[in-house]
Ligand binder design. Structure first.
Ligand SMILES: N[C@@H](CCC(=O)N[C@@H](CS)C(=O)NCC(=O)O)C(=O)O
Length: 204
């Protein structure tokens, strides 16, 4: 049976999936989508009709998209890797809550910030970017207020922390928040995460 196949691009949300695969110790092949145009080829759209990375093909042949769905699937398959706290625990509810908060709020904020042209015409781009930046500031402040330190849940790192550090790398004001800065530094002490971070050219 083939291993995992991760479709990825530098600087994107596939970083957290590579980090998870490395934390698990799973065998995987990295398939780089080298040009943005390659995301809209029929071949890639057959994998993800949304034309986005990350995409993870499982050893079974099933293909999963959406970063948080991929992380939850990996956690289900490898509970011993403790990507997330134990099933049924209050800590898990908190960790999943903030994962969903980030994917539903901060990630789309960042997409609006970096691609304002997709959300309006040329005359409104500056306003869209300004609003998106402000929304990121607000959403990161909410996240930071929930961080116990150095990680969200205290002393134990979860994949939620890696997700937070990844999104903060896209937004300088977030990295200036002391709790986010401390969380990022702590996350990067993990060798598996640090390798995925480097491979994806984060922290540049
Ligand atoms: N909700 C998706 C968002 C994925 C996403 O927007 N990925 C970006 C890179 S960070 C992408 O592939 N964008 C290409 C494009 O929109 O053309 C997820 O969590 O996986």
């Amino acid at each position: 049976m083939a291993g995992y196949r991760l479709y990825w691009r530098p600087g994107t949300g596939s970083m957290v999936v590579e980090a998870a695969l490395r934390m698990i110790g799973a065998e995987f092949e990295r398939i780089q989508i080298d040009k943005e145009a390659a995301l809209s080829t029929p071949r890639f759209l057959a994998l993800n009709p949304a034309g986005k990375v990350p995409v993870l093909a499982l050893p079974s042949g099933q293909v999963i998209t959406e970063s948080v769905a991929i992380l939850l699937a990996l956690d289900e398959t490898f509970p011993e890797a403790r990507l997330l706290p134990q099933h049924g625990s209050p800590a898990r509810n908190v960790a999943v809550q903030w994962l969903i908060f980030m994917t539903a709020n901060i990630y789309p904020d960042a997409l609006r910030y970096y691609h304002p042209e997709r959300y309006g015409d040329a005359t409104s781009e500056a306003a869209i970017k300004l609003q998106a930046g402000g929304d990121m500031d607000r959403d990161f402040a909410q996240l930071a207020s929930a961080i116990r330190g150095p990680f969200l849940m205290g002393s134990r790192m979860t994949i939620t922390d890696v997700y937070a550090a990844m999104l903060a790398d896209w937004h300088a004001p977030a990295r200036a928040l002391p709790k986010i800065a401390a969380l990022t530094a702590a996350v990067l002490e993990n060798a598996a995460v640090a390798e995925a971070w480097r491979n994806h050219e984060f922290g540049a």
